[in-house]
Design a binder for this molecule. Structure first.
Ligand code: NAD
Ligand code: MG
Length: 352
């Protein structure tokens, strides 16, 4: 267990000499795994060919996006929400073996909700390899996923803070920000990424409890967390919200979830204008179908899991690693004139 009596723990920064020096946090998979103590089963990142790194040098060969990663059909698989990475087949790629940093976020301090798995894990790995210290939030039942992310952040030579807790609780959201700020020593980047998605075919079958819970995680928590974070964010800070393609493209079995993702976009656009005079940027990323625990744990109708992503123009789902550079772009000084933007990473699905 990583939790202590304060429900959080600081995992001390690796000394720089522990880090491979050729590029900020550029580590081989085996070095990361050896340093992190992650079990050898992690080596089978079935979806990720080792020969096609994200953020690869300019002279790397061009990569065909259609065949880069595993294509449907996928094995049938079902797990309970919120789902664990270790139970997925094939294993998603979060850039463990491939993401190479170049100091774009050196010394920055980031909080990522849902940082234990999927898209948040890919952002956490990339931020750390770009030089940021990272705090992640997740549900206590996701501890085993969180341990691996913490190890990967540490392997990049950065401070990792793990703060488990349920974002449906306003008091916890407030404490999350306070603890992250205290333990990181400030806050520059906030990523509101945690999400609840439960597919239900008929509106009549969506319970009030589900509706409420989905809105609490996806809409209330970003509001509560951002409101608290604004006490600490300074000019140059960046807020990134994870929205979704379903705010634009209707999936009939995601009525409640899609509403929350539209909320994420309105929140982004209005807040971007409100916070511009304070020098704080606010943007959103709208992913298409991405291979994460969210989907086999009830986010997608089970009968659609074998063909997940088949309808996208590239004929496959995206992998979390394919979103990492977008989060880094919006967090970094490379996008100082970008605010109120919704960046789509959809495999070609048009969102407007
Ligand atoms: P994921 O399951 O890996 O991440 C979602 C995270 O949300 C979980 O790891 C969990 O820690 C967190 N969470 C859920 N309920 C919580 C609660 N009550 N308290 C605290 N944390 C809670 O899946 P992902 O696909 O990486 O999801 C990340 C974001 O991406 C979500 O906002 C999701 O809506 C969005 N998204 C995903 C897809 C996709 O196809 N996977 C597409 C578009 C948008
Ligand atoms: Mg998770």
């Amino acid at each position: 267990m990583m939790s202590n009596k304060n429900d959080s723990i600081e995992l001390s920064t690796h000394t720089r000499r522990d880090v491979v020096r050729a590029g900020a946090g550029m580590l081989t998979a085996s070095a990361v795994l050896a340093m992190s103590g992650v079990a050898s089963a992690q080596n089978r990142a079935a979806a990720a060919p080792a020969t096609s790194p994200v953020g690869s040098p300019a002279d790397a060969p061009a990569v065909d996006p259609r065949t880069r990663y595993a294509q449907p059909p996928f094995p049938k698989q079902e797990q309970e929400a919120p789902g664990l990475t270790s139970k997925m087949d094939p294993r998603p790629d979060h850039g463990e073996q491939s993401y190479r940093g170049s100091g774009k976020l050196m010394g920055r301090k980031a909080l990522i909700t849902g940082g234990d798995s999927g898209i948040g894990k890919a952002a956490a790995i990339a931020f750390a390899r770009e030089g940021a210290d990272v705090a992640i939030n997740y549900l206590p039942v996701e501890e085993s996923d969180a341990v691996e992310v913490v190890a990967l952040i540490r392997a990049a030579g950065r401070k990792a803070i793990a703060i488990p807790g349920d974002l449906r609780d306003e008091a916890f959201c407030k404490r999350l920000v306070t603890e992250a700020v205290q333990q990181l020593g400030g806050l520059d980047i906030l990523v509101n990424n945690a999400g609840k998605q439960h597919a239900v075919e008929k509106l009549e079958d969506i319970t009030t409890e589900q509706f409420d819970s989905t809105f609490k995680v996806n809409v209330y928590a970003p509001f509560w967390i951002t409101r608290e974070a604004l006490k600490h964010l300074k000019p140059g800070a960046s807020i990134i919200n994870t929205a979704s393609v379903v705010a634009y493209i209707a999936l009939p079995f995601l009525v409640d979830y899609s509403q929350t993702k539209s909320c994420n976009i309105s929140f982004t656009k209005t807040l971007a204008v409100q916070l511009a005079p304070r020098g704080i940027r606010v943007n959103a990323i709208a992913p298409g179908p991405i291979w994460t625990p969210l989907q086999p744990s009830g986010g997608m109708l089970q009968e659609k899991i074998p063909t997940f992503g088949a309808d996208s123009p590239f004929g496959r789902p995206g992998q979390p690693a394919e979103l990492a550079s977008s989060f880094v772009l919006l967090a970094s000084g490379d996008s100082t004139y970008t605010s109120g933007e919704v960046l789509s990473v959809t495999g070609g699905l048009a969102i407007s």
